[in-house]
Design a protein around this ligand. Structure first.
Ligand code: AMP
Ligand code: GLY
Length: 420
């Protein structure tokens, strides 16, 4: 098969690696890709937000399957354009991508289908939002309604912080994404994510994970896009995932179908678990980053079969073969991230550690023949093992063999599970 993969991060490198392991894959083109993906396929500079350009290239390469990695092209309708042009595509329609692109859309779907989630109010002006906020008190959560590249959420422990966050949103800190705001009840508990392939009402759960959002050890410091992740998430037992399917995923898919906008693709179910009960924090309509890196390390080649089954509406006849294993990924970031950081510093990578450990590239490029950092999160050092402790030891052993003076990483990924 000729396969086109859209995206350029660590998530897409992990997807590209898994796809390339599958004998069904004859040719893999990653657009725009990165230096790591160039080792498992071809990279092509393409504006993946330009639906016409993507369709034209898919035709030129005679793509048999197109996989869309990030949310932005999904929210922009690139999957609809591909499907309309007759390409088998992995990723939801623009209408179904609203589950990620609009926080208030998801809240309204939860209201309609009874899925448990935080109580909320939605406002499109500052004054009524402030009034509601003062009535609720802190802690409380302020969210720009639209897509804000993971930066539109403030978990405010006091009212002053919450009021500042509201003013920021309405002052335009998040552009169009901040035309409206969702103010949410603060939920306590432990977070975990659950990934489900969906096509209309058919589903296939494909794993669980937990990530570490804070920049520094001990879950201290500023929020980031994620500094590391592991799979599976022990808190998401089989009994709990069955409950999440019954109480949250199936009702949501039924409501989306009822609205005439069935969901097709991977649903990232972000959960808060307290006293054994799950509540929805958020949906994403694509794989998580960095959660996909350990997930793909565990799934390997069968990830392609599962995504194909999803796109061809064959999920009911599809099974995942799970090894009883664990995987963990450590993010190496440029010093300064998530604040300002320099690009262009040189990186020397070791020979990777065999089939049990590999380095996915998140933000790299080749400059003058050398591998250099080209983003905030730069490498995802990922390993698997029979236990999480073994996967962690293997990942850090590989981290220690990377030579990159301008990089840093957390040394405690997995601590919640591994603490004595
Ligand atoms: P979101 O983009 O909606 O996932 O929010 C980003 C992060 O903010 C989540 O991963 C949680 O850690 C936190 N968060 C979001 N909503 C809530 C909530 N209602 N209660 C507590 N924490 C939340
Ligand atoms: N790691 C969180 C996300 O992918 O949204």
């Amino acid at each position: 098969m000729n396969i086109l993969l859209l995206g350029s991060g660590g998530r897409e490198h992990a997807l590209a690696w898994a796809i390339s392991q599958n004998p069904k894959c004859d040719r893999l083109v990653a657009a725009p890709g990165n230096a790591g993906m160039a080792e498992v396929g071809e990279c092509l500079p393409l504006d993946i937000m330009d639906a016409d350009a993507v369709v034209a290239f898919a035709a030129e390469m005679a793509a048999d399957f197109v996989v869309i990695g990030p949310e932005a092209p999904l929210a922009a309708g690139v999957s609809d354009a591909l499907r309309n042009a007759g390409f088998l595509t992995f990723g939801p329609s623009q209408a179904a991508a609203e589950l990620e692109a609009s926080k208030s859309f998801t809240k309204a779907v939860c209201d309609a289908c009874g899925a448990p989630t935080a109580a909320y109010g939605r406002f499109d002006a500052l004054e009524p939002a402030l009034e509601y906020l003062r009535g609720q008190g802190a802690p409380i959560v302020i969210k720009a309604d639209g897509l804000a590249a993971g930066k539109g959420v403030t978990v405010a422990m006091d009212l002053a912080t919450a009021e500042d966050a509201l003013r920021d949103v309405f002052d335009g800190a998040f552009g169009d994404a901040g035309a409206a705001v969702v103010i949410e009840e603060f939920m306590e508990g432990e977070e975990a994510s659950f990934f489900v392939l969906c096509n209309g009402l058919s589903t296939l759960p494909i794993g669980t994970a937990q990530d570490h959002k804070r920049a520094f050890d001990g879950d201290e410091g500023p929020n980031t896009g994620g500094m590391g992740a592991y799979s599976p998430a022990p808190i998401l037992t089989d009994a709990l995932t069955a409950r999440v399917m019954d109480e949250i995923v199936t009702p949501t898919l039924t409501e989306m179908d009822r609205r005439g906008t069935p969901f097709e693709g991977v649903l990232y179910v972000g959960l808060m678990i307290k006293d054994g009960a799950p509540r929805l924090v958020e949906y994403n309509v694509r794989f998580g980053d960095p959660e996909t890196q350990p997930l793909m390390m565990r799934l390997g080649a069968q990830a392609l079969d599962a995504m194909l089954a999803c796109a061809e509406n064959r999920l009911e006849e599809t099974r995942i073969n799970w090894a009883d294993d664990h995987a963990l990924s450590v993010v190496m970031a440029a010093k300064g991230y998530p604040g300002s950081y320099a690009k262009g510093s040189e990186i020397e990578l070791p020979e990777t550690g065999g089939p049990q450990a590999r380095i996915f590239h998140a933000g790299t490029t080749i400059s003058d023949g050398k591998l250099v950092a080209a983003g905030g999160r730069v490498l995802n050092v990922t390993a698997r093992g029979e236990t999480l402790a073994e996967a962690q030891a293997r990942a850090y052993e590989l981290v220690d063999r990377v030579t990159w003076d301008d990089g840093f990483c957390r040394r405690d990924i997995g601590w919640r599970v591994l603490k004595p």
